[in-house]
Unconditional design. Structure first.
Length: 288
């Protein structure tokens, strides 16, 4: 009971201190604008622009319509509106998968200790030794550029980093009195991990989640730019940059629109992650 009350109070305090920061509000607004645009954009086609994301609208790289046409004569504005949904959904799913795997492994390693702790952390070290983008390139090349492959690969590459953070945070709480009390009453280890340890490491995990979303956005966009993410004729911001970069000086909108959207989304999520970190650190200082 004590741990649950402490966890609830901590979440409320962190949320209050988070929202009191100016950069947190700016980050939420920037992120919300891009997220709303990404989710609402496909619903606006074709009646708002007169074209779907894949139909021919004019000669390639011509100033027809609001932002002209792309390399195949498709409407740039239509493809931009339709291109952000997959990026955001895949980034969030990859982050959630990485959080699930990493948090579980980290808590098990910290609470169990011994040979299992060493095994989990050494396996993490092996994965950390391989650059994330290189691992993703190899996996996508072998398995194919499909959505579930992108989510799985990015999520798996996040897990070792998240596991280290989860293990470090869990080590700070496993010696608390409420953990000892649960052990004394023979509460199963799985319940201790889920009900006692996990609620008390939500601060570090929230910070790590914000960072991993940012990295997921960059990784998935990079893979799409390299031709190993979403495939033509699908509309995707990373793919748009690759398709239209050859005419950047002629019709820059096909490149600048997705670059601007990805940049704003990355800045917004970074500001949110930094604000969560500051709020969590302030709460820890206050408790001490």
């Amino acid at each position: 009971m004590r741990s649950k009350e402490a966890g609830t109070g901590r979440r409320n305090t962190v949320l209050t201190r988070f929202w009191s920061q100016r950069q947190a509000k700016v980050g939420v607004v920037l992120t919300a604008v891009i997220v709303v645009l990404a989710f609402a954009g496909p619903l606006l086609l074709p009646w708002a622009t007169g074209h779907s994301a894949t139909e021919f609208a004019g000669r390639p790289f011509q100033s027809d319509g609001l932002f002209g046409t792309d390399n195949l004569g498709r409407d740039v504005w239509s493809r931009f509106l339709a291109g952000g949904l997959n990026l955001i959904v895949f980034s969030v799913l990859a982050t959630l998968l990485g959080l699930l795997l990493g948090a579980v492994l980290g808590m098990i390693a910290a609470y169990t200790g011994g040979w299992l702790d060493s095994l989990i952390m050494r396996a993490n070290d092996v994965l950390l030794a391989v650059p994330q983008l290189v691992f993703a390139l190899l996996a996508v090349t072998v398995l194919g550029p499909q959505g579930w492959v992108l989510v799985t690969v990015i999520g798996v590459t996040h897990a070792p980093r998240i596991a280290r953070v989860a293990r470090s945070a869990a080590l700070n709480v496993i010696n608390e009195d409420y953990i000892r009390a649960a052990e004394m009453y023979a509460v199963p280890r799985s319940q201790i991990i889920l009900r006692e340890i996990m609620p008390n490491i939500t601060g570090p995990m929230a910070v790590e989640a914000g960072l991993r979303v940012t990295y997921s956005i960059g990784a998935i966009s990079s893979l799409s730019f390299l031709g190993l993410g979403m495939q033509p004729p699908a509309a995707d911001w990373g793919l748009m940059i690759n398709e239209n970069r050859i005419a950047l000086s002629l019709e820059p909108a096909g490149v600048l629109l997705p670059v601007l959207a990805i940049a704003v989304l990355t800045i917004g999520t970074n500001l949110i992650a930094d604000s969560i970190a500051h709020a969590s650190a302030s709460t820890n200082a206050g408790e001490k």
